[in-house]
Design a protein around this ligand. Sequence first.
Ligand code: COA
Ligand code: ZN
Length: 317
Amino acid sequence: MKLPARVTICEVGTRDGFQIEPDFIPTEQKVEVVDLLADAGLPRIEVTSFVHPKVVPQLRDAEAVMARIARRPGTRYAALVPNDKGAVRAVDAGVDAIHTVVSASESHNLANVNMTIAESMEKLRAVMQVAERAKVSVGCGVSTSFGCPFEGDVPLGQLESVVRRLTDIGAHAIGLADTTGMANPRQVARVFEHLMPKFPAIEWTLHTHDTRAMAIPNILAAMEYGVTNFDASIGGLGGCPFAPGASGNVCSEDLVHCLSAMGIETEIDLDRLIAVSRRVQAIVGRTLPGQIVKAGKSTRRYPLPDTVASRLPAARA
Ligand code: COA
Ligand code: ZN
């Protein structure tokens, strides 16, 4: 396999995850989780979103969260915004980066942000201007890049056209999102193989959901094509409130475990990350999908049963 030496993970659990939790997570607990994630070495955290508070009430405290987190040097704190109003709020709240959202399919874009793709592009053009004035970097996410829960297949030409429109308004970083876990590794490879040479200056990110247990295989496929930025969420939290069937993102600690087992550097402290995941489980009050919290790392060893020990050569027993 052709794999990169290092990859950059952006933690999205406090946004993609907390936005869909049935109960409102108190502000101080959100702040605690963001700070724990930064302490575990996450280089990028999508802290929250600046969207309509009635549409996503779970994140209505976005300003308060941004104001109270401890800013670890070396961590880039971002927030998701759908329009310029959100961008102004995010900049005023002191984000280091803005993540925008538009879908590759019209129906999901209408369901998610109540705009056609063309209307979203006009709003995103204004977002770019707000970000430029504030000297804040922008990453543009494309939801339903690999399939739409309403329309099914999203033709590659349609995705390419959305990517083209984003580069036309000045996007330098683009994240392809598999919003409801419809992508498969061959498709991920085909999409990046097609788009990367067409947009050679773009920094690509893959945003996965593990709805159908294909997130890590999809990440492996993307890495083979040179993608080195991946979104993940602690414990495997996550889901889109406006995409039926959406479930959690790829689990951060499971992904870091997989990468570290293959010798790929992330600069994240896996043991601390596992401890954060346990804390998040306590906060949301249920077991999360992540496997490593349950199974332990692959270096975990169990005591040998006596019946086996007595039959082993002395040196090994
Ligand atoms: N933050 C706070 N308020 C906002 C806002 C934002 N980012 N964008 C718009 N508003 C307010 C407007 O000021 C206006 O307020 P008013 O009625 O007091 O004048 C009101 O919302 C309606 O504005 P409009 O532009 O017509 O918005 P809308 O009702 O069509 O909603 C979005 C559009 C994008 C704001 C809304 O659909 C949304 O927040 N979606 C987020 C979806 C999401 O987070 N999905 C999951 C992540 S992918
Ligand atoms: Zn998502």
